[in-house]
Design a protein around this ligand. Structure first.
Ligand code: ATP
Ligand code: MG
Length: 361
C-alpha cells in the first residue's frame, strides 16, 4: 500500500511556533525522508469559513501568508502538493455522503469541537458547518487516501472520527476507503504548545502566539513579557516549571548546542530546571536564554520567507498547480466511492443491462 500524507492548516492567520513544533517541522522531515509516495498539504479555507463566514477577506488575505510560511519552513512544491481546500469541490460531495454515517450525538461528544464552541461563545448559535467540520475533515483525509496525518494533539478526535467513518463506509459499501493513522510529535511539550499568556494552547484565534514571521524585536518583546510562574516573585523564591510556558518552550526548542552557546554554566535543561525549582534563578535570565533559542530557530525561517515574498505570483502559481493535482486525486477516490455506493448509474453497464431485461419481461 502507498504511504500518503495529508495535513493542513486553517488560513485564519500566519503560522506560529505551535504549528511549527506540532506539525510543520515534522512534515518537512517526512517530506525529506523520501519514505512517502505522496504528500498533500492543504490550506483549509473552507473549514476556516465555518467560523469566519462574515469575514472572507481575512481568509483570503491569509492564504498567501500560510503558503509563505510553508515555503519558508522548507515544504518543497517539487515534493509536496500544496493546495487550497475550496478548489476541490469533490470534498463537499464526499462530506455530504459521510454525513449519513455520523450521528448528531457523536459529533456533540468531540472534545476539541466542544472547547472551540465554548471559546467562540457560540452557545445555541453554532453554524451547522462548524459543528460538522470533523466530517468535512474526514473527507479531506480520505479523499487523498492518506495513511498518515501529522498533527498536534487537538486533532486526535478528528482522526478518530475519520477512522470511524472509514470503518462504517467500508462495512456498509465494501472495502473502499483507507484508514488513516495520526502522527503526533514525539516531544511531549510539542503536543499542544501553550500560549505566551499561559493558556493551554497557542492559537491564532486567541492572540497568544509567537509567529514564524515575527520580527526579532517582536519575538524578544513577546518572550520578555511572557506568562511565567506567578508564585516566583523574588529571584531567591523556589519556582515551578510545570505549567510554566517559558520552560515548556525550552522543552520544545532548546538543544545541547543552545546551552553550549548561550548558557554554558548549565549542562542541560534539567540542570536549569533544578536551579529554578531550588530558587535563586531569575525569570529574566531564563527568558533571555529562551529569546536566544527562539531567535536561532526563527531567523533562518524568516530570512527564507523574505526571499519567497519577492515573487508572490509564483506562490499563487504553486497553489494553483497543487490544487489541480489534488483535484485529480480526490476525483479518483470519489469515483471509487460512488461505485461502492452504487450511485454511478451511467457508468454501470450491468445495471443498464439488468434494467433492459427487467422491462423486457
Ligand atoms: P485556529 O485558532 O484558527 O483554529 P490554530 O492555531 O488552532 O488556528 P490550526 O490551523 O487549527 O491552527 O491547526 C493547524 C495544525 O497545527 C494542526 O495540526 C494543529 O494540531 C497544529 N497546532 C495548532 N496549534 C498548536 C499548538 N499550540 N501546539 C501544537 N500543535 C498545534
Ligand atoms: Mg485550530
Amino acid at each position: 500500500m502507498k504511504k500518503i500524507i495529508l495535513t493542513g492548516d486553517r488560513p485564519t492567520g500566519c503560522l506560529h511556533v505551535g504549528h511549527y513544533v506540532g506539525s510543520l517541522k515534522r512534515r518537512v522531515e517526512l517530506q525529506n525522508s523520501g519514505e512517502y509516495d505522496e504528500i498533500y498539504i492543504m490550506i483549509a479555507d473552507a473549514q476556516a469559513l465555518t467560523d469566519n463566514m462574515d469575514n472572507p477577506e481575512k481568509i483570503r488575505q491569509n492564504i498567501v501568508e500560510v503558503a509563505l510560511d510553508y515555503l519558508a519552513c522548507g515544504l518543497d512544491p517539487e515534493k509536496s502538493v500544496l493546495f487550497i481546500q475550496s478548489q476541490i469541490p469533490e470534498l463537499c460531495e464526499m462530506s455530504f455522503y459521510y454525513m449519513n454515517l455520523v450521528t448528531v450525538a457523536r459529533l456533540k461528544r468531540n472534545p476539541t469541537v466542544k472547547t472551540e464552541i465554548q471559546m467562540r461563545n457560540f452557545e445555541e448559535r453554532i453554524p451547522v458547518g462548524f459543528f460538522t467540520y470533523p466530517i468535512s475533515q474526514a473527507a479531506d483525509i480520505t479523499a487523498f487516501q492518506a495513511t498518515t496525518v501529522p498533527v498536534g494533539e487537538d486533532q486526535a478526535p478528528m482522526i478518530e472520527q475519520t477512522r470511524e467513518i472509514v470503518h462504517r463506509f467500508n462495512h456498509v459499501y465494501g472495502e473502499t476507503l483507507v484508514e488513516p493513522n495520526i502522527l503526533l510529535p514525539d516531544n511531549q511539550a510539542c503536543l499542544r504548545l501553550p500560549g505566551t499568556d499561559g493558556k493551554a494552547k497557542m492559537s491564532k484565534s486567541l492572540g497568544n502566539c509567537i509567529y514564524l514571521s515575527d520580527t526579532e524585536e517582536n519575538i524578544k518583546k513577546k518572550v520578555m513579557t511572557m506568562f511565567t510562574d506567578p508564585t516566583h516573585l523574588r529571584v531567591e523564591d523556589p519556582g515551578h516549571v510545570e505549567g510554566n510556558p517559558v520552560f515548556t518552550y525550552l522543552d520544545a526548542f532548546s538543544t545541547a548546542q543552545h546551552f553550549e552557546k548561550y548558557l554554558p554554566e548549565y549542562k542541560n535543561l534539567e540542570e536549569l530546571k533544578a536551579h529554578y525549582m531550588r530558587g535563586g534563578l531569575g525569570d529574566v535570565k531564563v527568558k533571555k536564554f529562551l529569546n536566544n533559542v527562539l531567535q536561532d530557530v526563527l531567523r533562518p525561517i524568516r530570512e527564507r520567507r523574505k526571499e519567497f515574498e519577492k515573487d508572490i505570483p509564483a506562490v499563487y502559481k504553486i497553489l494553483e498547480k497543487g490544487s489541480i493535482v489534488a483535484r485529480e486525486k480526490a476525483s479518483k477516490t470519489l469515483i471509487q466511492m460512488k461505485q461502492a455506493m452504487k450511485i454511478n448509474y451511467f457508468e454501470d453497464k450491468e445495471l443498464i443491462e439488468n434494467q433492459i431485461k427487467k422491462f423486457n419481461i
